[in-house]
Design a protein around this ligand. Structure first.
Ligand SMILES: Cc1cc2nc3c(=O)[nH]c(=O)nc-3n(C[C@H](O)[C@H](O)[C@H](O)COP(=O)(O)OP(=O)(O)OC[C@H]3O[C@@H](n4cnc5c(N)ncnc54)[C@H](O)[C@@H]3O)c2cc1C
Length: 485
């Protein structure tokens, strides 16, 4: 089966009513619910892009098993041309969503590629687990399924291991095993796009202690698996948000959920790691997961940064605050951020490195710098946008006012510099506030800080994993000067 169309994705959702709760209501068919209508339509648009004449050569490649067109994010790279194609595919999805949809299809597709190429890691628990992983990758690739994932246990008592929480089965873990498979119970967070996904893949951030063996599971189940429930955060768009007032929230909502597994059966062929903290912890360092996902997220993050900086520059130009030195300095800082992230991506692609599977991947080290830097610099760009926009961001009328009796006064009193019409300035500032002030924008900010796990520990890892040899050699050289005296 080749790549799916948006309509086929929607049909697939309808065919799998799921146990999703939002705003006090149980939703089965998410395609018919106002809170999910727009996210579903946006994702359907991305599916359609894969078969669009203008983008299909970038977004697809021929499947090695069926010859049909499948998504590029599943493609192993063998040379720089392949890496460029993957970059272009990530960029195409990011541009279609202004970088606002962190969990577009390509994120989990490249995750599965890393897992299939790293099947040896899963096979450490027994050959069949490695084989299961490769089969699952092929299954998702050939059916163009949309996956969500949930790596973290919920925030109950972070000072204790999952096995030491106040109640058993608070955190997702094994309940029992049988000939059919394993049965799991407990919760996981955050599953972005969970309500509108086809499947969920469960794995974990490294750091599981040995006593959490029962929680050391990697597996996948369909999103409608009996016993799997999702509780969503309050949506920012309930399908009726006016795009003229909230252009981003009305277009790029990504539902987030907490997943509760209540004795969910996972058939053995969907189990990839079973009760083994050592293997579960090895998935990040021993497969290409970090490189593949950081490549996708850096390209996506760069587009988002370019967009946010574009908004900041436009806001400053609108009222000519860009003539002031300190505003120019802040905008210069924003431009610096874009170019640093771009440089990290370019370096990672030029200095690509071999994988154990015989393919190549973008170099991990600079991608990791981009990842931790983006977690700091995106909030800083948003702070700069708030600072430059200042009170103007809070003085904008609604679209309804523009069309009403006060419309002519808005045109007059809200006009910008150099003849910028009032309506155009209102539209720009409302876009800016959606990005830097509204709940939608604050989620976007929090997403960049936390989507790749705790930024504090990620930054510490930059130090702990750094190849210090060049720095040490220089220090040694300087110390030798003292010894010569
Ligand atoms: C909007 C959004 C969407 C997301 N989407 C997804 C998704 O689709 N799938 C997914 O798997 N993940 C997703 N994540 C990431 C994930 O859910 C977590 O938010 C992330 O891994 C950070 O964990 P936490 O939020 O539980 O923070 P915590 O780990 O609880 O950390 C909170 C604070 O306490 C400190 N802290 C906590 N524990 C320790 C410790 N042991 N040692 C030192 N410091 C500690 C941290 O430094 C931090 O400052 C998403 C996150 C956000 C914000």
């Amino acid at each position: 089966m080749p790549i799916r169309t948006g309509a086929e994705y929607i049909e697939g959702l309808k065919a799998r009513p799921r146990d999703v709760w939002v705003g006090g209501e149980k939703v089965g068919d998410v395609t018919a619910h106002p809170a999910f209508r727009r996210p579903v339509a946006r994702l359907a648009g991305l599916f359609d892009l894969q078969s669009d004449k203008g983008s299909r050569d970038i977004l697809t490649y021929p499947s090695p098993s069926s010859g049909a067109s499948v998504a590029t994010a599943f493609m192993p790279a063998h040379d720089s041309v392949d890496l460029e194609k993957k970059h272009a595919a990530y960029r195409a999805f990011a541009e279609a969503t202004l970088g606002m949809m962190g969990r577009s299809q390509d994120f989990m597709n490249c995750t599965l590629l890393a897992f299939a190429e790293g099947a040896e890691v899963f096979a450490r628990g027994g050959e069949r687990f490695g084989e299961n992983m490769v089969r699952y990758y092929e299954f998702v690739r050939e059916n163009d399924l949309f996956l969500t994932h949930a790596l973290m246990s919920p925030q109950n008592d972070r000072s204790k291991a999952s096995s030491a929480q106040a109640e058993e089965d608070l955190h997702l873990g094994l309940v029992l095993e049988s000939d059919e498979g394993i049965v799991v119970s407990g919760a996981r967070m955050i599953a972005t796009m969970g309500p509108v996904a086809d499947e969920v893949l469960i794995y974990n951030i490294p750091g599981l202690p040995p006593e959490d063996r029962r929680h050391a599971l990697v597996f996948a189940v369909p999103i409608d698996a009996p016993g799997l429930r999702q509780i969503c955060r309050e949506p920012y768009d309930r399908g009726d948000t006016n795009a003229a007032d909230h252009p981003l929230a009305a277009n790029f909502e990504e539902p987030d959920s907490l997943m509760i597994f209540d004795e969910v059966l996972v058939p053995w062929d969907r189990v990839f790691v079973y009760n083994d903290a050592k293997i579960a912890n090895a998935i990040f360092p021993d497969t290409s997961l970090r490189s593949y996902t950081a490549h996708q997220t850096s390209v996506r993050g760069l587009v988002k940064l370019e967009f946010a900086v574009g908004v900041a520059m436009a806001v400053a130009r609108a009222v000519r605050t860009d003539r002031f030195l300190h505003v120019q300095q802040m905008l210069g800082e924003c431009v610096e951020a874009i170019e640093i992230v771009r440089a990290c991506i370019t370096r990672s692609e030029v200095h690509h490195e071999p994988t154990l599977a015989g393919s190549i991947r973008a170099e991990i080290a600079p991608l990791f710098m981009a990842r931790t830097y983006l977690a700091r610099t995106y909030p800083r760009v948003i702070e700069i946008l708030q600072t430059i926009g200042a009170g103007g961001l809070l003085s904008m009328p609604s679209a309804a006012d523009l069309e009403g009796p006060v419309g002519p006064e808005i045109e007059r009193y809200y006009q910008g510099a150099e003849g910028m019409p009032g309506a155009a300035r209102v539209a720009l500032y409302k876009l800016a506030w959606d990005l830097c002030g509204e709940a939608f924008g604050m989620r976007q900010l929090q997403y960049e800080r936390y989507y790749a796990a705790d930024p504090v520990r990620n930054m510490a890892a930059n130090y702990l994993n750094y190849d210090r040899s060049a720095c040490d050699a220089l220090v040694e050289k300087a110390l030798a000067l003292g010894r010569q005296a």
